[in-house]
Write a protein that binds this ligand. Structure first.
Ligand code: ATP
Length: 456
């Protein structure tokens, strides 16, 4: 197991914290998410639905920032990548060929006392529910989410929600190759929902039955697999740093423990408050998928080398990212509690700051008139409408300016623009920086260029 750590490790939140503080951190994040509109418990007005979560106005911005940046970086900014968006429900034969119907299962055990069910590889000595110490022997439980196509709930109509986006890329490999006229090496990317009937979902958005993935299938010649495995490992490291992750682990999965299709796997693990767990994965899938789909579909999925005319099945490197686990990790890394001065001379209070990297912040700029007086709020609203054309902005005129700053700190807004009475005279505003809390006077005519530069 390799440990990788990024340079700025000062003020490490998670690794030095005691267990209680870590649990506390999860509770604080969950409560902040609900209070500020990042993530709500799913179907809450009906008493909720266990382990389902809905992204609110700020959460969807944060999540979209992650997906947008991933797509920009790995699809648009590269000449060797294209994207697709495939169906959630595919022909069941896809899952026969991929091995999911046979192999996609976890070991399930049942507490003999209270009949609670657990994943055998995740239980401690005792039942989490009743403390019972005896469990049934493990049986294999398939995680595929079953449904029926059409009005008749018959065996012939059984279908499955996809448990990963990956198979969409393999099934469309030939069409993508022909229409995009790519040469090896090249990759297909996809972002989308996946469904798994997890035995023990939990830990907020870490493990749910419905979640989002960002996956790449990178097609190569067999002889080059090590080179591209390393390439993608580096890309994943760069991504982690840019997401604000200061420390993670790279776990080499040994023979016998890898998924059935993989010749080499590295799990990117993170020290979550509830333990060290998988965040992302990187696998060398060989030609397993294309080979099986060729055999099961009867289609020739081989690639023809344009120089030699040789026909062969490409091999595949697969880096995979969970969107929801990315959101969780970004929130855990960004959370800070700091002493900050109040308006009273010599007084201070604790301020909560989500110190997101700027590109990740759901709201980039808050426009705050110092008072609700009409002439001030008119000027501030005008400014808001103008800035909203270029930035994700929020307008807030309720409560004291101090409270409004705290609220913006708590949702991670990098800049607050305050319109005060002087602004009416000098056509300038005060811009406050989230991290330093320093304030600067900027002319309205130069404000847009100033903010574009700061947020670049
Ligand atoms: P785990 O061991 O945690 O069950 P896995 O090895 O089954 O994960 P993969 O099949 O490699 O996960 O899925 C790719 C990525 O999708 C994971 O690295 C993770 O980020 C995300 N993911 C997988 N299962 C879930 C889930 N139930 N909820 C949220 N994200 C998930």
């Amino acid at each position: 197991m390799a440990l990788y750590s990024h340079k700025s490790i000062k003020s490490q939140v998670s690794s030095v914290m005691k267990k209680e503080e870590k649990n506390n951190l999860m509770e604080k994040i969950i409560s902040l998410c609900k209070r500020r509109g990042f993530i709500f418990p799913g179907s809450e007005i009906y008493g909720g639905l266990a382990n389902s979560w809905d992204y609110g106005p700020l959460g969807v911005e944060l999540k979209n920032n992650i997906k947008r940046e991933w797509w920009r970086r790995f699809v648009h900014a590269r000449t060797d990548m294209v994207g697709i968006d495939s169906a959630l429900v595919m022909n069941p034969k896809v899952w026969e060929a991929s091995g999911h119907l046979e192999n996609f299962s976890d070991p399930l055990v049942e507490c003999k006392k209270c009949h609670s069910r657990f994943r055998a590889d995740q239980i401690s000595e005792k039942c989490e529910n009743c403390g019972g110490k005896e469990f049934t022997p493990a049986s294999q439980f398939n995680l595929m989410f079953k449904t029926f196509i059409g009005p008749a709930e018959e065996k012939a109509n059984v279908a499955y929600f996809r448990p990963e986006t990956a198979q969409g890329m393999f099934v469309n490999f030939k069409q993508v190759l022909e229409t995009s006229r790519r040469r090896l090496p090249f990759g297909i990317a996809q972002i989308g929902k996946a469904f798994r009937n997890e035995i023990t979902p939990g830990n907020f958005i870490f493990r749910t039955r419905e979640f989002e993935q960002m996956e790449i299938e990178y097609f190569i010649k067999e002889s080059e697999w090590e080179k591209y495995f390393d390439h993608w490992l580096n890309e994943m490291r760069n991504w982690l740093k840019d997401l604000g992750v200061r420390k993670w682990h790279e776990a080499e999965i040994p023979d016998g423990e890898r998924a059935h299709y993989s010749k080499r796997t590295i799990d990117i693990e993170y020290d979550f408050p509830f333990g060290k767990k998988e965040l992302y994965g990187l696998a060398y899938r060989t030609d397993f998928d294309l080979k099986n789909h060729s055999e099961k579909s009867g289609q020739d999925l081989r690639y023809t080398d344009p120089e030699t005319g040789e026909k062969f099945l490409p091999h595949v490197i697969e880096p995979t990212w969970g969107v929801d686990r990315s959101v969780l990790v970004a929130m855990l890394e960004a959370y800070r509690e700091e002493e900050a001065p109040t308006a009273e001379e010599g007084e201070s209070e604790v301020r909560v700051v989500m110190a997101f990297p700027k590109w990740l912040a759901p709201i980039k700029i808050a426009i705050l008139p110092l008072s609700k007086k009409e002439n001030l709020s008119n000027k501030a609203k005008e400014l808001y409408q103008d800035l909203a054309k270029d930035f994700v902005c929020e307008y807030d005129e309720t409560q004291s300016i101090g409270k409004r700053y705290r609220r913006q700190d708590e949702i991670g807004t990098p800049y607050c623009v305050t319109v005060d009475f002087e602004s009416l005279e000098d056509n300038a505003v005060t811009v406050r920086d989230r991290d330093t809390m320093k304030q600067e006077r900027v002319k309205i005519s130069e404000l847009k260029a100033y903010l574009l530069d700061k947020l670049a």
